[in-house]
Write a protein that binds this ligand. Structure first.
Ligand SMILES: Nc1ncnc2c1ncn2[C@@H]1O[C@H](COP(=O)(O)OP(=O)(O)OP(=O)(O)O)[C@@H](O)[C@H]1O
Length: 461
């Protein structure tokens, strides 16, 4: 019994061991079945993907000829586009050269010397009575009628003459600097095209010369901004430009550098002409590379501080010197190897009032005499150019000597005659307008119709 009992115990423990073995194997089997299920799913997915890839390969293989054909077609079209872009670029460069020639012809037809008149507004009623100035042609804006001072005939009858003047353009007091610049921008373009250009402001003290030329939105800052814009656009036509500015004044027939303060010990400036290049250099004069627009503003401020300003009875702030802003523009074309060298001179002339009226004495008298002399020389040079004289008296004054290559020849000149709207300045106004008419009646270069001035008489009442 004991024996049998032991056997039974053994059998039981064997059975338990077998049972636990069986359980373990079943768990393993369950896990394996799960893995098999997962793998068969993965397998199905891979088979699907493989089928899709095979289909794609079949598609690509079947299409490869068509694709290589279209690639070759695209390549040919690209080459064609590059060729026509190059052709267009060359055409653009050629057209720029042609534009320069045509533009210059057009400028010559307009006359190489032009005169424009600008009347400034009355700034304040305290300035005094207004002169009777009319602008009869609103369409072309080329006429200005000024009612002169009262005159008595031998019979004692008082009358006032209406004096009509005609210029290339007349700006009434309401016109802003922007519109004025619109009229001169073509000349700035000419300077960029390699011509020497001279723009003067002429007129009595306080008539608006400095306002027009070098105020914050005057011709100088506007011209330099236009030049920067144009230079940037010309880059695509293979043109690269350098721009250099200097600023000098002619005071008592002496040249001064306005960019070097007096304290820095100025050296004597000397004018040198290069007849072959038709270019002028001023020895010992500071010249600034104008590679950004703000450099111009700094330069103008510096020049303003250094400019000789002296008091006269006519105007406390009267500027008694001529200032000349010289902008040298050198352009080079990398495609056509063309080179051009132009100069833009922007000249703010000293007040043109006559000696008697300015009430000047001593040093002031000497200033006024030298101003009058140089203005008269300017008139003589223009007159001699108009006559086609073989001798042009450039050397008679520092101003005309300095501007020799920018007056006459192939250069372009514009004179602004500035007019004060005040009755008190009427005589000076008429003198300025008569001088400007003389200049306007001068023709330099190609044909230009000259217009004569007629004077009408009206009753003073
Ligand atoms: N078109 C204008 N619009 C508004 N103000 C102007 C105009 N023209 C001139 N002025 C003003 O008139 C005054 C005299 O002008 P400006 O100083 O330019 O005269 P000027 O002819 O240069 O005199 P000067 O010979 O003394 O240098 C200034 O206060 C200026 O701001």
């Amino acid at each position: 019994m004991v024996e049998k009992d032991r056997e039974l115990q053994n059998m039981r423990s064997q059975l338990e061991a077998l049972q636990s073995d069986l359980d373990r194997e079943q768990t393993i089997k369950g896990k394996l079945q799960l893995q098999i299920a997962e793998m068969s799913t993965t397998n199905m997915t891979l088979e699907d993907r493989s089928r899709a890839l095979r289909a794609q390969i079949d598609f690509l293989e079947s299409d490869s000829k068509q694709q290589s054909d279209s690639f070759a077609d695209m390549e040919a079209r690209l080459q064609e586009a590059l060729r026509s872009a190059e052709e267009a670029h060359q055409k653009l460069i050629k057209e720029e050269t042609e534009r320069r020639i045509l533009f210059n012809k057009y400028q010559e037809l307009k006359g190489n010397i032009r005169v424009m008149c600008r009347v400034r507004p009355v700034l304040d009623p305290s300035e005094g009575g207004e002169a009777k100035i009319m602008f009869p042609d609103l369409k072309t804006s080329t006429q200005i009628d000024v009612t002169g001072p009262e005159e008595k005939s031998s019979l004692g009858i008082a009358s006032r003459k209406v004096v009509p003047f005609e210029f290339d353009r007349v700006f009434s007091p309401s016109v802003h600097n922007q519109e004025v610049f619109g009229e001169i921008s073509q000349l700035v373009q000419s300077a960029l095209d390699g011509y020497n250009v001279c723009i003067f402001c002429y007129g009595q003290t306080g008539s608006g010369k400095t306002y027009t030329m070098s105020s914050a939105d005057g011709m100088i800052p506007r011209a330099t901004h236009m030049i920067y814009d144009t230079i940037t656009k010309l880059k695509e036509k293979s043109w690269t430009y350098t721009m250099e500015g200097s600023f000098v004044e002619v005071y008592n027939e002496e040249l001064n550098d306005l960019l070097t303060p007096a304290v820095d010990g100025k050296r004597k400036l000397e004018i040198r002409h290069d007849d072959a290049r038709k270019q002028t250099t001023v020895l010992n004069c500071k010249s600034v590379a104008l590679d950004s627009a703000d450099k111009v503003e700094i330069m103008l401020r510096q020049a303003q501080n250094n400019r000789s300003v002296a008091a006269t009875k006519a105007n406390e702030r009267s500027s008694r010197s001529h200032s000349v802003f010289i902008l040298k523009l050198v352009g080079e074309n990398s495609a056509t190897l063309e080179r051009c060298e132009g100069t833009l001179n922007l000249v703010d002339l000293a007040g043109s009032e006559r000696l008697k009226h300015s009430g000047a004495e001593g040093d002031r008298m000497k200033e006024t005499q030298s101003i009058n002399k140089s203005l008269a020389c300017l008139g003589d040079v223009i007159e001699a150019l108009g006559r086609g004289s073989s001798h042009i008296p450039y050397r008679n004054s520092k101003l005309t000597h300095l501007l020799q290559y920018s007056l006459g020849g192939n250069s372009k000149t514009l004179m602004f005659v500035m007019v004060s709207p005040l009755e008190a300045h009427l005589k000076e106004t008429l003198t300025s307008l008569r001088f400007a008419t003389k200049v306007h009646n001068t023709h330099i270069g190609t044909a230009k119709s000259t217009k004569k001035t007629r004077e009408r008489v009206s009753d003073s009442s």
